[in-house]
Design a protein around this ligand. Structure first.
Ligand code: COI
Length: 392
């Protein structure tokens, strides 16, 4: 396959958007109007944020998965008929919303998540992993939620600007990543149930370490028998903000019993695996790796899809299909995948007071796949798939 590496620099962005480099080179901080016909320069002049080249003053060894406020966020307004204009970088901070906004009243919102890794040293390029997939998934989710969405180009542009503007917050190699969180919300006021009349697309970022408190050690899951994450015909297959609060109760219960997270079953037969609260699930039996097919109730994870491709490349037989609890209990290995989670080995799963344990450690499929994926994401090996975007 042809090697495709897209390198975006502040200089190449400036070719298309002159204000980008001029404001950057003068002050190290800037605002950029992405999609207005004549981009307007709106320098952010206060000195509260460091230059994008200096390293943020935080203890990189202490990073978990919690919000560390960074310098800038990207904000763009959209109309109901799909025109997104006047995107710009603002200082990271609170946003103003009508109490009657669609997102606050009726949950009309979507989010995405992707990570930026530093390639080598503090002066090196920054790697983004398959950001166009996030853009496309947001577009699909928007259709389901009766929202307009930014174009793929607008999405990519916003993500890249946000990452570059917050460059000093991208952790040194091996210390974590900059987690980028695009949001699309119904910001305009509604009272009767209807799509909001206005929309807001935001991108903010936070440096993060491991998602689970276990770090890269195996996690233990509680298989939920009463709470379900999604229903056929519902929104389980998109990244609706409203998919996540309903699992908090199950998650809190599991955590109070010492479990890392919850694994959900389908809501109809109550015997097929769906996903965990924040990630997809895979089981391994011999040379066969199986994962629940994405049929509308399961999030089509970008890490999930990447792992399927990499597992095929490594010679595993990969099956996307219904996976029953009985197969789960009989598996050699179980692992979870997600942007935040990456590839997390599952050490044990509890269900109806029974505990099932699985193989973990260096000789596992999960470990091979983790190594293969992260080597591409961090730029340790050549990306022969054209999955990464390098920006600097
Ligand atoms: C991600 O993995 O990026 C997610 O969106 C999951 C979220 C619950 C942290």
């Amino acid at each position: 396959m042809m090697l495709v590496r897209r390198v975006v620099t502040t200089t190449s962005l400036a070719k298309f958007f002159p204000c980008f480099s001029s404001s950057l080179s003068k002050s190290g901080r800037f605002a950029y109007h992405a999609s207005s016909p004549a981009p307007s320069l709106n320098p952010i002049s206060d000195d509260s944020c460091g230059s994008e080249n200096e390293e943020a003053e935080i203890d990189w060894d202490e990073l978990g998965f919690g919000l560390v406020p960074t310098d800038y966020m990207y904000v763009m307004k959209g109309t109901q008929d799909g025109e997104f204009i006047n995107g710009e970088l603002n200082h990271f901070g609170d946003i103003k919303l009508s109490p009657s906004s669609g997102v606050l009243n009726y949950g009309q919102g979507l989010f995405e998540g992707l990570k930026a890794y530093r390639r080598k040293g503090m002066g090196g390029g920054i790697m983004l992993f398959r950001p166009e997939e996030n853009a496309l998934r947001m577009g699909m989710g928007a259709q389901r939620m009766c929202m307009p969405s930014p174009s793929v180009d607008q999405f990519l542009h916003a993500v890249k600007l946000t990452v570059l503007a917050n460059k000093r917050w991208v952790p040194p190699q091996g210390k974590g990543s900059l987690y980028v969180r695009p949001l699309l919300i119904g910001s305009g006021p509604v009272l009767g149930l209807a799509p909001a009349p206005e929309y807001m697309f935001l991108v903010y970022a936070s440096p993060v370490g491991n998602y689970f408190k276990e770090g890269v050690a195996p996690i233990n899951l509680l298989l939920a028998d009463k709470i379900h994450r999604a229903i056929p015909g519902g929104t389980g297959g998109i990244k609706a903000i409203s998919n996540y609060a309903p699992v908090l109760k199950a998650q809190m219960h599991a955590k109070s019993k010492g479990f890392t997270d919850v694994l959900y079953l389908d809501s109809v037969n109550k015997k097929y695996l769906e996903e965990a609260s924040s990630c997809n699930i895979f089981i391994v039996k011999g040379n066969v790796i199986s994962t629940p097919a994405t049929n509308g109730t399961i999030l089509p994870g970008i890490t999930r899809r990447s792992i399927i491709e990499l597992a095929n490349d490594l010679g595993y037989q990969v099956e996307e299909r219904l996976v029953s609890v009985d197969e789960l209990f009989d598996a050699d290995e179980v692992f979870c995948t997600g942007t935040a989670v990456v590839v997390a080995p599952v050490g044990c799963i509890s269900y109806c007071d029974q505990r099932y344990t699985f193989k973990t450690g260096v000789e596992t499929a999960a470990q091979r796949l983790y190594n293969t994926l992260t080597a591409i994401q961090m730029g340790h090996v050549q990306d022969t798939k054209g999955w990464t975007h390098e920006i600097q």
